[in-house]
Design a protein around this ligand. Sequence first.
Ligand SMILES: *Cc1c(COP(=O)(O)O)cnc(C)c1O
Length: 430
Amino acid sequence: MQTKKSQELFQRAQKVLPGGVNSPVRAFKSVGRDPIFIQRANGSKMWDVDGNMYIDYIGSWGPMLLGHAHPDVVDAVKQATEGGLSFGTPSEMEVLIGELICEMVPSIDVVRMVNSGTEATMSAIRLARAYTNRDKIIKFEGCYHGHGDSFLIKAGSGALTLGTPDSPGVTEGTARDTLIAQFNNIQSVKELFENNKDTIAAVIIEPVAGNMGCVAPSDSFLDDLRNVCTKNNALLIFDEVMTGFRLARGGAQELFGVTPDLTTLGKVIGGGMPVGAYGGRREIMSMISPSGSVYQAGTLSGNPIAMASGYTMLTYINKHNDLYDALEKKGAAIEEGIRNVISRKSYPVSVNRVGSMFTLFFTDKVVNDFETASSSDRDKFAAYFGSMLEQGIYIPPSQFEAAFISTAHTDGDIEQTLSAVEVALEKVFG
Ligand SMILES: *Cc1c(COP(=O)(O)O)cnc(C)c1O
């Protein structure tokens, strides 16, 4: 694989950008390689600056549910730009997307648009603290909720990948207000509530974890969490930045039939443009400024181009409600294919999948929490990643990220991917 132009760009990038990138996992550090620079993407494919083609399973880390450069979304964005790039005043598209979100996501009566998932979670926590008049929050080890100070305690994703789960720069006071529970372990949550009576504002969780690799909630876990929160007058926040509109039209809350008090959204909601949102019950959301006193604002929030992109994405989802069945079929085909290879050769590899999210862990343990996820052999993952990339399959360059399937992935793509997996695993274990 020829990567000369990528290497040249990375040399220049390192002089002007920290680590040569604008978001850490992109740097390929944990897989011991230099990043490749993408020039363009279409459908399930991406092309780098050296002309290599890849079948893409990153999908911009989640947004590309319909594949890259979907014509409906691209047309909507083109059209919107003609009318001006930003007004800083209300516009119709904000009402349209707001109505659509409230209709699609079961727990949301009122929604506030922001510019990223990080902004959504930071704002939701502030609101939960104001609503309950309490300071502490519970998060789960290995879950990632963006880079807000309160969340950089045992966080997943980039923080895990680089081995800095507790980032310098986060004050002790902030860290003290963040309590850590174990995913899929309701007892660990109950104990925190018992030891911190009437001080916990909210529990925030990825209902299906994607930032320690894909980890599903066990049977009654989300239900139990709902009950524990209700009993202790704490808010339950589902961080559906990754799972929203990906696992079902109404997100993981629809899939599992559990209703949180607040929901945070991002990724798919913008169709590739920088969009986030948070919403919930009217009674809680009415505390947000200007209808209430909890301050939260954004110069570019509700930006007309971003709203046009997101609205078109959500409208497409609404018109094609068979989309999730199709994604499930593609996901099942990939999972089954990989399991076949693994069982034929008795490789110590564990596969997790929920709908169109999946991860291979290089461990023979069942992965259901952070501890089991981190039992994965990361050197083996790095070797696997390298082989896949060289075979033209672009999976996330971290053991602790989920791969994403889009509606644009064809049977041919999947077949090619499965052959590559076989070769890569042979190389890793052979
Ligand atoms: C990606 C992600 C975020 C952060 O969103 P950004 O848009 O990167 O700020 C928060 N929570 C979850 C679950 C995510 O997957």
